[in-house]
Design a protein. Structure first.
Length: 438
């Protein structure tokens, strides 16, 4: 089943689109995607998901099967369905480059197109930007406390669906993780893939030592899982194997997936070192997140790498963003909401960022065509329905951008807890005047 169809839409978007069509309301509109408020334990977010959005827009087309299904619902007129048959995305897209740090109320992506086109994109845009931004931010937090240790994505099996598992691997790689265990993600995104072994391989052998010997004979440079039965017996079996293989022993590491990782890893490191296995690394996995990894790093625990799964891929402590897709302009006229707690600001926008002493100092949101000193963050990504050259970056470029962006964040924003000092996001004088007059 192809889920890239324009039918990945909430019904009300289609019924409104038919209303626009029948009322001959299809002027140029601007819809803005932004996060109203950061989650309570986030000081920043990292933009991610743009590549999927623009690919979807370039291939936007209702199939004959889509049209037949819509007709079967009995609520759409034939002339509107004929219109949908020929509908393609012809608008412009403005966005932050993937990997850019941003804050609440700042536009991540804005679409400028006939309103029917804009309206039909809401669900897909929010779905992709929300998931990938949430996970790229989670991944960056995890990597920021790992103290340059390798971090690998093990989370696909706990992801909320296949698409989420794949997009998570991409977002995590952008955020600084070194590899993924998901082979399909490796193929699609050219991300390094890695893996060790599961308990079942050991269990089908008559004993743990035989399992280690058999696996290492096939994969000499592998990592062995040592906690199927008893962690310390597992280590002794690794040492026994090293003695049997002598110079042919090339096991690169052992993995601990349970128990008191901090205490156990310290003891295991001593045991390995006493046996002369200084080069054998210790890899930890099992319900790890930035908070647990921070504790491990703070204790100077001899762990060389981490496999992160469930708590990372569902972003356990902040599993959603207060992200919205709102009309801000129609036929050149500013549009806004005044709903309590959900108000919006009219017009297409730009964001200017200011730097002081090598650190980000403040951002200013302006009307798009308003020229201010500083570095504008929003770029034109698509024009007349086609992707502009250089608008979407390769993953390694985005990965480097994330690293640079995080290095320029004020130190208080890098903490895992909410900072008492919020990063300043202001409005330009002209936009502030409009905002206060609403």
């Amino acid at each position: 089943m192809d889920i890239s169809t324009p039918l990945f839409v909430d019904l009300y978007e289609l019924t409104m689109a038919q209303g626009y069509f029948l009322e001959n309301l299809n002027g140029e509109a601007v819809f803005s995607t932004f996060v109203r408020k950061l989650p309570i334990n986030r000081n920043f977010l990292i933009a991610c998901g743009l590549a999927d959005v623009v690919s979807f827009l370039e291939n936007f087309k209702f199939s004959s099967d889509d049209i037949d299904y819509l007709k079967s619902l009995g609520i759409f007129k034939d002339e509107f369905l004929d219109f949908l048959k020929e509908l393609r995305f012809t608008g412009d897209v403005y966005a932050l480059r993937e990997g850019t740090v941003f804050f609440e109320n700042e536009p991540i992506l804005e679409i400028k197109a006939p309103i029917i086109q804009c309206q039909l994109l809401e669900t897909y845009v929010l779905n992709q930007i929300q998931l990938q931004t949430m996970l790229a931010t989670k991944g960056a937090r995890i990597c920021s406390v790992s103290q340059d240790r390798n971090v690998v994505d093990f989370g696909s099996r706990r992801a909320h669906g296949l698409d989420a598992g794949l997009k998570a691997a991409r977002a995590f790689y952008i955020s600084g993780m070194n590899a993924t265990s998901n082979v399909l993600a490796g193929k699609i995104y050219n991300i390094p893939v890695t893996g060790t072994m599961a308990h079942s391989y050991i269990q089908v052998h008559s004993n743990e030592f035989d399992a280690f010997e058999a696996f290492s004979s096939i994969y000499p440079d592998t990592v062995l899982l040592i906690d199927t039965y008893d962690i310390y017996e597992g280590v002794e079996n690794v040492i026994k194997l090293s003695k049997k293989l002598g110079d042919k022993f090339s096991i690169t590491g052992i993995r601990i997936d349970s128990g008191d990782i901090i205490t156990t890893s310290k003891e295991i490191r001593k045991i390995l070192d006493r046996a002369g296995l200084y080069s054998v690394k210790i890899i930890a996995s099992g319900s790890l997140d930035e908070y647990k990894i921070y504790e491990i790093a703070k204790e100077n625990v001899p762990i060389d790498g981490f496999g992160v799964g469930t708590k990372a891929i569902v972003s356990e402590d902040a599993p959603f963003l207060d992200i919205v897709y709102k009309l801000t302009e129609y036929k050149g006229e500013g549009k806004f909401k005044k709903s309590k707690g959900k108000s919006t600001i009219p017009f297409q926008k730009q964001v200017y960022r200011y730097i002081d002493g090598g650190k980000y100092r403040e951002d200013v949101i302006s009307i798009y065509n308003e020229v201010l000193p500083g570095d504008p963050l929003i770029i034109k990504v698509m024009e007349n329905g086609r992707l502009r050259d250089g608008a979407v970056d390769e993953l390694d470029v985005i990965r480097e951008r994330v690293k640079k962006e995080l290095s320029m964040l004020p130190d208080n924003l890098k903490k895992l807890q909410k900072s008492e000092v919020v990063y300043p996001v202001k409005f330009s004088p002209s936009l502030e005047k409009i905002r206060t007059s609403l």
